[in-house]
Ligand binder design. Structure first.
Ligand code: 5GP
Ligand code: ZN
Length: 114
């Protein structure tokens, strides 16, 4: 999508601090980290949110989880644990309408979220 921020990051029109890249996914550091480690895992394909996922996306979503797992291992989150979360829509406080998983770690996180 032309005016999508994360599609621009995928295309390289907007720079990002990449952690990992595969054929269909990208992981990069969040510009405003909320934890010592805060990485975003996104599909290269534009999908607005988890609410617009379709049957054809099932494999892709699985691969996004594997990319997130690899990121967690590479950045040393696997021993202590971490959180993977995706915000959806207005109440979910989603600000970028391109599916992304936040991978947050490196400190004790609280639950429930605000
Ligand atoms: P959301 O609020 O939609 O769940 O998450 C969007 C995330 O994207 C936020 O954590 C925000 O800090 C991050 N973000 C927004 N613009 C940019 C950017 O240009 N580059 C990077 N790396 N992250 C961004
Ligand atoms: Zn997009």
């Amino acid at each position: 999508m032309d005016d999508c921020l994360f599609c621009k990051i995928v295309k390289g029109d907007i720079p990002s601090n990449k952690v990992l890249e595969t054929e269909d996914a990208l992981a990069f550091h969040d510009i405003r980290p909320q934890a010592p480690v805060h990485v975003l895992v996104i599909p290269k394909k534009h999908i607005a949110s988890a609410l617009t996922l379709e049957e054809d996306d099932v494999e892709l979503v699985g691969r996004l989880h594997l990319v997130a797992k690899q990121v967690a291992k590479d950045l040393g989150l696997d021993e202590q644990g971490y959180r993977m979360v995706t915000n959806i829509g207005w109440y979910g406080q989603q600000t970028v309408p391109h599916l992304h998983y936040h991978v947050l770690g490196g400190r004790q996180l609280s639950w429930p979220p605000g």
